[in-house]
Ligand binder design. Sequence first.
Ligand code: SF4
Length: 478
Amino acid sequence: MRFRRLPWDRERAFVSSMAGDWLLMDMGDLERFIRHELAADSPLFADLQARHLAIGGTHQSTLAPLFSQYRSRKSYLIGGPALHIFVVSLRCHHTCNYCQVSRQQTNAASFDITGHHARQAVDRLFEWPNPELTIEFQGGEPLLNFEQVMTITNLIVERNRAEKRSLRFVLASTLHDLTDFQLDFLAEHRFKLSTSLDGPEWLHNANRPRPGRDSYERTVRGIDAGRRRLGDDAVSALTTLTRRSLDVPEAIIDEYRKLGLNSISLRPLSPYGFARKTAERTGYSTNEYLAFYKKAFEHLIAVNKSGYPMDESYASLLLSQLFTSFGHGYVDLRSPSGAGLGAIIYDYDGRVYPSDEARMLAAMGDHSFSLGDVSQPISSWLSSPAMSLLLGAGVAEALPTCADCAYVPLCGADPIEHYARQGDPVGHRPTSDFCKRNLGLFDLLLERYELADRATKRLMESWGTRRNSTPEPCDVAA
Ligand code: SF4
């Protein structure tokens, strides 16, 4: 077991088992328990047993429930990658400062995937054994090469007649200029649409410049068209937060409410691609992000209490880790790392990466995490130097600092982010933004839950229990 003194009450601790069961205890009780001085017939000892933190005697209990729980929590490992991202074009209409992608001008067709690479990528896709595959199309702007979106989808559907996997298609797009023809095709294959909406019109257009300065208007039109044709639940949106966003958490959430969206993702800027070059202008510290998040969270609670249901997707993910023992579909918060084990990216030029972030690094000239290309069998990707790097640094339970952290059963490793920010896939947690953010958010949610009234507690529990293990649409700036 591991423990962490509560930052808001130093006389108590969060105590967790290796499978992620937990409870809050007085430090005095914890010390008595560790010294074997806690009475075996006390209610607290029974509580510790129920959470697999103690065994009263081998005659009356076994480790089987603990292992079973551990297996459920790591169930995302079974079957290999479920999320397969096809980058069909790097072309994009936008020139966002914080873009993670090496976007290209709209007429640069040499940055589109070729039919040859697309066919090879589909062959590779079916080499993976996972019975449930999420296929996400991404860019740049995938609608600029919709022909290949259709070709790849049709190839996969055709091949799946014999394979009989469960398929889920996602399009990560600005949704600008969606045509009826495209919507018909997306509806036929029950696509989910994932777009980017940064908040009110002034903020979205400032963050996402494009000729005509009408990105917001086009996005809203696209969301509307997508929902009318594919259903309300088929369209989701993500925000990217720049420095100017941090002053207006309420306005961002209210915009989502105005548009009838019931989920928001308040994600911080990523350290890749153009985002790194413009970090001085658009970036902020993790402490500033956490202060923003706290305000946003309070506003979300108020919005829910006013009768409008809306969750924040990362809070829901962390709460699902706290309140359930199931695996989850979010590849960036896994141990072993989700990169390469949970997701694979097939780039427009036939190169293959274990995560979108690895692709961003390659676009910046650093190929440390390139697995190979689509002409090679997946066995050669799995034995690549990049995969060795990921596996060596991808098990949080074995990393310095994480190994002793009480949140580790609920947290992840993300070696590529640590490599990008700190130059080393193992990383240094005391100065890691990834760690500071997750530690800060776990603390915030736990403290908020503990101090909450009944209604707020129920609300937070409901966020945590309605998530499932379907892979999340990738967090990329569309
Ligand atoms: S990254 Fe930080 S919060 Fe997460 S397990 Fe490691 S030390 Fe704990």
